[in-house]
Design a protein around this ligand. Structure first.
Ligand code: ADP
Ligand code: TRP
Length: 321
């Protein structure tokens, strides 16, 4: 099975990214042909400071490696290091109906959040389709927010195949139901752009302050509460053992759940889960040349795959004369 997914180096990665995508990718190293990449060309649609993009790319690479991604068991690279993706984007964009992209809500959402309304931001889903189709990915693990983009990739692969003959695999989204949307501190979807995240690599006092800021209601400790409508409970479920969650559920339902204590318990769980990765990340970042070498080797492997597809596409559409 060919599995592919990418992440933007546009800010600190958070536990929504971890459960929505990174964890799944890392867990599939042994049993699949895995493609993991950092989508710096996509990030250009929102990051305009050179240093922030360049440093963010190295940091995202360090994050993945620190969390356990083994570059010898997958293809791990930076999107812009395989320029073939831009040519495929153009070719796909010539058969992308305007309506298909106009219907994508992420463009409008991002503009509403203050990101400049550029042509790149608008055609973001076509570049993402090219990412997926160039490597003939069969499965794409993402959070629920990317479902519509996956549909664009599927539509474009089918349209191309219908018009020019069988060329692309039609990719399937892989969205795990439990982690489709991890809630943020305020209960909305956790997202870098909402400022409501728990960053994976935050630690010490800052992490404590962040966990304590998880919004909960003012129901007194002894009163019953609804665990299914509490973002603290939903976040804890991602970390605690099922047996402990059963006890906590009982405290919610019967009274006795103290939010402050539960938050401290969550803090311990976060430290246990990510403590090692934090130390490893610091080691990787201390050696940027090694990171660059890992990414360069990954780009070489990715490019070998990319040129095969692009060569076929060029032939199919008549760019080979
Ligand atoms: P953000 O919304 O913070 O900018 P990205 O758009 O860079 O995150 O998302 C990177 C990956 O992480 C995507 O696969 C996305 O679906 C997933 N993801 C992001 N936020 C969440 C979340 N709150 N819950 C589940 N998955 C998420
Ligand atoms: N659009 C995705 C996001 O914002 C990132 C992305 C770019 C991606 N290309 C991809 C995800 C290809 C999966 C496959 O999170």
């Amino acid at each position: 099975m060919k599995i592919l997914s990418g992440i933007q180096p546009s800010g600190q990665l958070h536990i929504g990214n971890y459960f929505g995508m990174m964890q799944t990718m890392i867990s599939r190293m042994e049993d699949s042909e895995l493609y993991v990449f950092i989508v710096d060309l996509h990030a250009l649609t929102s990051v305009r400071e050179r240093a922030r993009l360049a440093q963010g790319t190295l940091e995202a690479a360090a994050d993945f490696l620190a969390l356990g991604l083994d570059p010898d068991k997958c293809i791990f690279w930076v999107q812009s290091d395989v320029p073939e993706v831009c040519e495929l984007t153009w070719i796909l964009s010539t058969l992308t109906p305007m309506g298909l992209i106009e219907r994508c809500h992420s463009y409008k959402d991002k503009v509403a959040k203050g990101i400049a309304a550029s042509h790149g931001l608008f055609s973001y889903p076509v570049l993402m389709a090219a990412d997926i189709l160039l490597y003939q990915a069969e499965q794409v693990p993402v959070g629920k927010d990317q479902k519509q983009h996956l549909e664009v990739a599927r539509d474009l692969s089918q349209k191309f195949n219908n018009e020019y003959g069988q060329t692309f695999v039609v990719p399937e989204p892989a969205i795990s139901t439990q982690t489709a949307t991890v809630p943020g501190l305020d209960g909305q979807k956790m997202s870098k752009s909402y400022g409501n995240t728990i960053p994976i690599f935050l630690e010490g006092k800052q992490l404590k302050k962040t966990v304590m800021a998880i919004k909960t209601d003012a129901t007194p400790v002894e009163n019953p509460k609804d665990p299914d409508n509490c973002n603290l409970f939903t976040i804890m479920e991602l970390f605690a053992l099922p047996s402990r969650m059963k006890e906590i559920r009982d405290l919610y339902v019967n009274g006795g759940a103290a939010y402050g204590y539960l938050k401290l318990e969550l803090l311990d769980l976060l430290n246990d889960k990510f403590g090692d990765a934090r130390r490893k990340k610091a080691e990787f970042l201390a050696d940027p040349e090694m990171l660059r070498a890992i990414l360069a080797k990954g780009a070489e492997k990715a490019r070998e795959k990319a040129v095969v597809t692009l060569d076929l596409v060029r032939d199919r559409v008549g760019l080979k004369y």
